[in-house]
Design a protein around this ligand. Structure first.
Ligand code: UGY
Ligand code: MN
Length: 250
């Protein structure tokens, strides 16, 4: 509760810092018995090219495939779901993720009270010949981490293959306390971020935000960005970025 009309949330033209204190739940086409909080969408200024939302499901909830051309990544933050796709059923619990290519018939059935983070993006076909992306699923925390730019205290787990057929990446980024991004990044790729654990300071453009688990961020193209993990425990965020496509086709 923040008295006197205060909130930690700030929405700017090239970034947004979204704290849970302002979340409102609603329903969304296709998501049966589910409440969603849409964190990032093309309705923001500068029109993000993807969506990021939280889906709150119960053991009576389900969802089918999204609209034509949209690919989906789910990350299970709490609970337990079954994903049925391509004649297989995957049992996914906390910490597991799945990538479902666009136009792929599938269903997600929650087996308990579950909380999912969802990223969706219109699939942009590569102009070079490649295969169509395939379903990817697994335990995100079990993926091997790589030191970010040589820093063993900043580990990136890349959940999707970095091959031409994929036009998006979703990674887990873990920082030991006291570890920072080595410089202020400024790049064309957009990000959608959700802090899963820990806390720190996030610089976005000319503003510095204290960030804690449960906060989300949208970073538009060319938004200067920097993070330092502080506190007594490690910090991990899951984040989206667009990759692998011609600059002018984005
Ligand atoms: O992949 C990235 O661009 C990443 N280093 N950015 C970020 O964590 N803000
Ligand atoms: Mn970045």
């Amino acid at each position: 509760m923040h008295p006197l009309g205060q909130t930690r949330t700030t929405i700017k033209s090239n970034h947004a810092f979204i704290a849970p204190d302002g979340h409102i739940k609603s329903s969304l086409q296709g998501w049966e018995n589910t409440q969603v909080t849409v964190l990032i969408s093309p309705h923001m200024l500068k029109r993000p090219r993807f969506a990021q939302y939280i889906a709150y499901m119960s053991d009576e909830s389900s969802v089918g495939q999204p609209a034509q051309g949209i690919q989906r990544v789910i990350f299970i933050m709490d609970g337990h779901i079954n994903l049925t796709v391509g004649g297989e059923t995957y049992d996914l619990s906390e910490g597991y993720f799945a990538y479902i290519p666009a136009d792929t018939n599938h269903s997600i059935n929650s087996q308990s009270n579950s909380k999912l983070l969802v990223f969706e993006k219109n699939y942009v076909k590569p102009t070079l010949p490649t295969d169509y992306p395939k379903v990817v699923t697994g335990n995100a925390w079990a993926v091997d981490g790589s030191p970010f730019l040589g820093d063993e205290s900043a580990l990136v787990r890349t959940l999707l293959p970095d091959t031409l057929e994929f036009d998006m990446a979703v990674n887990l980024f873990t920082f030991q306390t006291g570890t920072a991004l080595p410089f202020v990044e400024t790049h064309i790729m957009e990000h959608g971020l959700y802090l899963l654990e820990g806390q720190g300071i996030y610089r976005l453009d000319e503003s510095w935000y204290p960030i804690q688990a449960g906060d989300a961020i949208w970073m538009g193209s060319y938004c200067p960005q920097w993070f330092c993990a502080i506190g007594k425990t490690q910090s991990t965020y899951i984040y989206y970025k667009d990759i692998n496509r011609d600059v002018l086709s984005l």
